[in-house]
Write a protein of this length. Structure first.
Ligand code: SF4
Ligand code: SF4
Ligand code: SF4
Length: 314
């Protein structure tokens, strides 16, 4: 009998759902064993009855629940709580659901500052009041990861997660397991570049500057990106993004890891650890533009990013 699956997107961009489709041929093998009872990206399943005739939001019961996206408004909370109530094993899919993701960069600002800028302050905006309609869900105080609101059983990080990881986690559940996780190792642990433990001198290069590498040669002939003086978050980021293809996905494309898989373990402090890693090879963390945002690019949930207290006027 196929396993019932419910899928939902909260504060999401649909990239995680595209990643499910990108499982490709392996998905064709999995599909006969899965019965998607709810998946708004594919099926127009209404929350309040197919004719809008119900008073309460309802998602069908399922064994496995998958949610992408973080929590940004009251509707997201409502849907997430319903997913938790109706599913036995809940998977947080993607960095938004697992860590808050890119939208949680907004956590550096108070909601009223954001609304002021978006609806009145931005030069390209015709000034208007904040939205105030019962059908527009209210914002939460911060953009949160799913596990800040409900219990999550399995976390599949990545922006987006590698399709192989999604297939692996689903296969584990179909085999009767109730958990799945990535081994705790860093992106650097899977990176074959040359390391000399010493960075080039000078301020940290911006991402639009060129790295040095020979496109005719393999990664094992390229020097570590941090050692070339450009920030690479590999030392503090959980490995796994490349699936079975080996080297970290961004480094394969000759660009720096931006940390999309999040910290190597729960409770880690990637910003502090990264500053230590930088200092140890002679990089100057103070020369990094927009340091707090860059080092917490995908992990602004869990209180990692919050508005700074106003500085006293001198
Ligand atoms: S994790 Fe990335 S791909 Fe997935 S919903 Fe968030 S922004 Fe989109
Ligand atoms: S810092 Fe980046 S380039 Fe250097 S080893 Fe780690 S992942 Fe590879
Ligand atoms: S290299 Fe880093 S940013 Fe790039 S996909 Fe892997 S974890 Fe994400």
């Amino acid at each position: 009998m196929p396993v019932k699956v419910a899928e939902e997107w909260l504060n999401a961009c649909a990239g995680c759902e595209i990643s499910i489709l990108n499982i490709g041929d392996a998905l064709l093998d999995l599909l006969p064993e899965l019965d998607f009872v709810h998946i708004p990206v594919l099926i127009d399943h209404k929350y309040y009855g197919q004719r809008g005739d119900k008073d309460t939001l309802e998602i069908p019961e399922a064994v496995v629940g998958i949610v992408s996206g973080g929590v940004r408004n009251e509707e997201n909370i409502h849907v997430l709580e319903e997913m938790r109530a109706k599913t036995q094993i809940l998977i947080a899919l993607g960095s938004c659901a697992v860590h808050g993701g890119i939208p949680a960069q907004a956590n550096m600002f108070a909601s009223d500052e954001i609304f002021e800028w978006v609806f009145r302050g931005s030069p390209s905006t015709d000034a208007a009041p904040d939205p105030d309609h019962p059908n527009v869900p209210k914002w939460t105080a911060a953009c949160q990861a799913a596990d800040e609101v409900v219990k999550v059983d399995i976390a599949i990080p990545g922006c987006p997660p590698h399709p192989e990881l999604i297939a692996e986690a689903i296969t584990a559940l179909l085999e009767g397991k109730t958990s799945w996780s990535l081994p705790e190792k860093s992106v650097c642990d899977t990176c074959p570049v040359i390391r000399e433990e010493k960075s080039s001198e000078g301020p940290i290069k911006r991402c639009f500057e060129n790295l040095e590498f020979d496109p005719e040669q393999g990664l094992d002939k390229m020097r570590c990106i941090n050692e070339q003086g450009m920030l690479c978050l590999g030392p503090v980021t959980l490995a796994g993004c490349a699936g079975s293809s080996g080297a970290p996905r961004c480094v394969q494309a000759r660009t720096a890891c931006r940390g999309c898989f999040g910290p190597i373990r729960k409770g880690a402090r990637p910003m502090v650890d990264m500053m230590g890693a930088m200092t140890s090879i002679g990089m100057d963390p103070k020369s990094l533009v927009d340091r707090r945002a860059i080092m917490n690019r995908y992990i602004g949930g869990h209180g990692n990013l919050r508005p700074l207290p106003a500085r006293p006027v001198r």
